[in-house]
Design a protein around this ligand. Structure first.
Ligand code: ATP
Length: 388
């Protein structure tokens, strides 16, 4: 079994900075878990503690039923794949891939057999005698993967392994890694700052911010049921729209106008004694061109379209709404902190809607859009908690 369990794992660097705070995480045998978050959130430090490259300040880490806090990296039976690939330039692909096995004094015939097997899986057979310099970025990345695979380790740890590749290759390699992981069934922990990569690769995704785990869940759980403002804003592209609003009975007064809360949300707010001032979150797909709407429920808003982007199957329309409560400091901080788009200030709020390609929307023209309030999230601006 290669279950990986972190209990209260904390990292304080000698300069006093707290990079990771009390992380509890239970990674099942064979699971593919992604650590994601903005730069500096502590994801690499967490991975390095699992690898044994960084000491653990507090808490326990076990791999396969054994506490490994004090075990050196080479005895943890894990394989790491880095962004830089870390290939030896003077060795051939065959020698690079076989390196960890030769180091472990595995006999030559077995090394050859394992390398050739891995090369077949990774489509590298014809490159075995080349040096890394004569390979493309994607091929080098696969050699780095091959070197990890040949050892048949308990777990793979990968730190941004695709970030040196161009966008197209990154998408191709992403699919290959997902397929490979499923085929081998090896427990994998993968670090990325790219939420799309996280959402498409992982069985489960761990969202971190400032050294603290914000939420752990399947991609669908994070998307549909974000626990707080940060997760809601970080997951999804284009990002969720956030608007300041005031609750009055079952009505939300916002820059989009007066929006009626659906029963489920209203009851949830009452149950939790929600504050009057809230932040409402609407994903771009909560809007529909009213002329094409399948469902006649939900309020209709009218907005003048500033920018229209056609993606073939969908159209993104951007508009600004004036009025409603002014931008809160919390929202401002969140937007800066997580690299989210500027959500506007002084009561002017930017909104993006994803519409069907059949929309008649035109830049500079007004458009009626229906809002699906069953998809609305309501957040407490003081704590960021999702109340809906
Ligand atoms: P990135 O995506 O930029 O690599 P990350 O989420 O992987 O970011 P870490 O590299 O884990 O973040 O760093 C977490 C925090 O710990 C950061 O604030 C970083 O500055 C700090 N940190 C990392 N290494 C050290 C160190 N050796 N000494 C002091 N602070 C460190």
């Amino acid at each position: 079994m290669a279950e990986i369990v972190l209990s209260g794992v904390t990292k304080r660097f000698p300069d006093g900075s707290l990079a990771v705070q009390g992380v509890d995480l239970d990674i099942a045998d064979g699971e593919f878990v992604i650590l994601v978050g903005p730069s500096g959130c502590g994801k690499s430090t967490t991975l390095n503690m699992i690898a044994g490259l960084e000491d653990i300040t507090e808490g326990t880490l076990s791999i396969g039923d054994r506490v490994v806090n004090d075990l050196p990296p080479k005895d943890r039976d894990i394989a790491m794949v880095f962004q830089s690939y870390a290939l030896y330039p003077h060795l051939s692909v065959r020698e690079n891939m076989g390196f960890p096995l030769r180091l472990a004094k595995v006999d030559k015939a077995t090394v050859n057999q394992k390398v050739e097997e891995a090369a077949r899986v990774l489509d590298l057979s014809e490159f075995l005698d080349r040096r890394p310099a004569a390979l493309s970025g994607g091929q080098r990345q696969r050699v780095a993967m091959g070197r990890a695979i040949v050892r048949d380790p308990k777990a793979f740890l990968m730190d941004e392994p695709l970030s040196n590749l161009d966008a197209k290759l990154r998408v191709q390699m992403r699919t290959q890694i997902a397929r490979l992981q499923r085929r081998l069934g090896t427990t994998t922990v993968y670090v990325t700052h790219d939420q799309t990569e996280a959402m498409t690769l992982g069985d489960r995704v761990v969202v971190m911010r400032l050294g603290v785990v914000q939420q752990v869940g399947t991609p669908a759980q994070l998307y549909d049921l974000p626990r707080n403002l940060f997760v809601a804003g970080f997951i999804g592209s284009p990002a969720m729209n956030f608007l300041n609003a005031t609750v009055e009975g079952s009505i939300l007064h916002s820059a989009l106008g007066d929006l009626p809360l659906d029963d489920r949300t209203r009851q949830a707010l009452e149950r939790q004694n929600a504050p009057r001032e809230v932040i409402v979150g609407l994903r771009p797909e909560a809007f529909e061109d009213a002329a094409l709407a399948h469902d006649a429920h939900g309020p209709v808003i009218t907005a003048t379209i500033d920018v229209l982007e056609s993606l073939g199957s969908d159209v993104y329309v951007y508009f600004t709404q004036e009025g409603g409560p002014a931008q809160s400091a919390e929202l401002e901080e969140l937007a800066t902190d997580s690299g989210l788009k500027d959500t506007g200030a002084g009561g002017v709020q930017q909104v993006v809607a994803r519409l069907d390609a059949a929309t008649r929307a035109r830049e500079g023209q007004p458009l009626d859009m229906r809002v699906d309030m069953s998809k609305a999230h309501v957040f407490d601006p003081r704590t960021g908690t999702n109340l809906s």
